[in-house]
Design a protein around this ligand. Structure first.
Ligand code: PEP
Length: 266
């Protein structure tokens, strides 16, 4: 694997106002130990991106947008572009299931966003995953195939090096901070991640499949970190509800650090 750093991403969704976000960052930056084997990324609401970028130390954290529009500028009321976010963020979520299912984003929107992020020097985190119904019907691999084909259609092998894939079964994404986590069997995650890599191999070749960073997301808590990060081919985690508390999120980062240390010694 070209990059064996674990990528741990906090998706705050539409939570935390400017004041709360700043306090959270202050608290987490005191708690956190910088580990060479873990990269921590915060995805706050768009409103707080600029102020957090001024407050944070890039050696400790990187920033991600949760969403943006794919055109660089123009008459698109209410939107913000990757070119406007350039220099403020290092990553951006693309095609999160809440964007696909609540805001009806389709593969065309998503592939345009992947390309827009790359041309603006932002690493897209392409989120893919099946719904409960698709899962129950045994369609997981087909859905992943369709979402990867759709999302990566506009990019070259060289550009793929900027892309991160997050496998998130839609049915496992929690309803928020205090909801009961839905545990996905690690063997199922492994199967899905293998399907992602084999599709990348088919589209971009063996080296690309080996090198691409693939994350898992869905109800991750400090207790489940080790199970998922121990899976071969899982390079990190995308965390929603459990990232809203700085202590809990720091617990996840520490577990990720220990887990990658153990994995390296084996
Ligand atoms: C997410 O929003 O991407 C997510 C995985 O949420 P949660 O951890 O709350 O399931």
């Amino acid at each position: 694997m070209a990059n064996d750093k674990k990528l741990i991403i906090a998706n705050w969704k539409m939570n935390l106002n400017m004041h709360e976000a700043s306090l959270y960052l202050h608290k987490l930056s005191k708690l956190i130990k910088t580990h060479r084997n873990v990269e921590v990324v915060l995805a706050p609401t768009t409103l707080t991106l600029q102020s957090l970028s001024l407050q944070m130390n890039l050696k400790q954290f990187k920033l991600a947008a949760q969403n943006f529009y794919w055109r660089d500028f123009g008459p698109y009321t209410g939107e913000i572009s990757a070119s406007q976010l350039r220099g403020i963020i290092q990553y951006a979520l693309v095609g999160h299931s809440e964007r696909r299912h609540i805001f009806n984003e389709n593969n065309k929107d998503i592939r345009n966003k992947v390309a827009a992020a790359i041309r603006n020097n932002i690493r897209p985190i392409l989120c893919i995953g099946e719904t409960a119904w698709e899962h129950a019907s045994g369609e997981t691999k087909d859905v992943l195939h369709d979402q990867l084909m759709g999302g990566l259609a506009n990019i070259t092998s060289e550009e793929l090096e900027q892309v991160v894939i997050a496998y998130e079964p839609v049915w496992a994404i929690s309803a928020g901070k205090d909801s009961t986590p839905i545990n996905v069997i690690p063997a199922d995650v492994e199967m899905a991640v293998n399907a992602v890599r084999s599709q990348i191999k088919h589209l971009f070749g063996e080296k690309a499949a080996e090198n691409i960073q693939v994350l898992y997301g869905g109800s991750v808590t400090p207790d489940s970190v080790a199970d998922y990060l121990a899976l071969p081919g899982v390079n990190g985690l995308l965390v929603g509800g459990a990232s809203l508390n700085a202590n809990t999120f720091n617990g996840i980062i520490e577990k990720a650090h220990k887990n990658s240390t153990v994995a390296k010694k084996d």
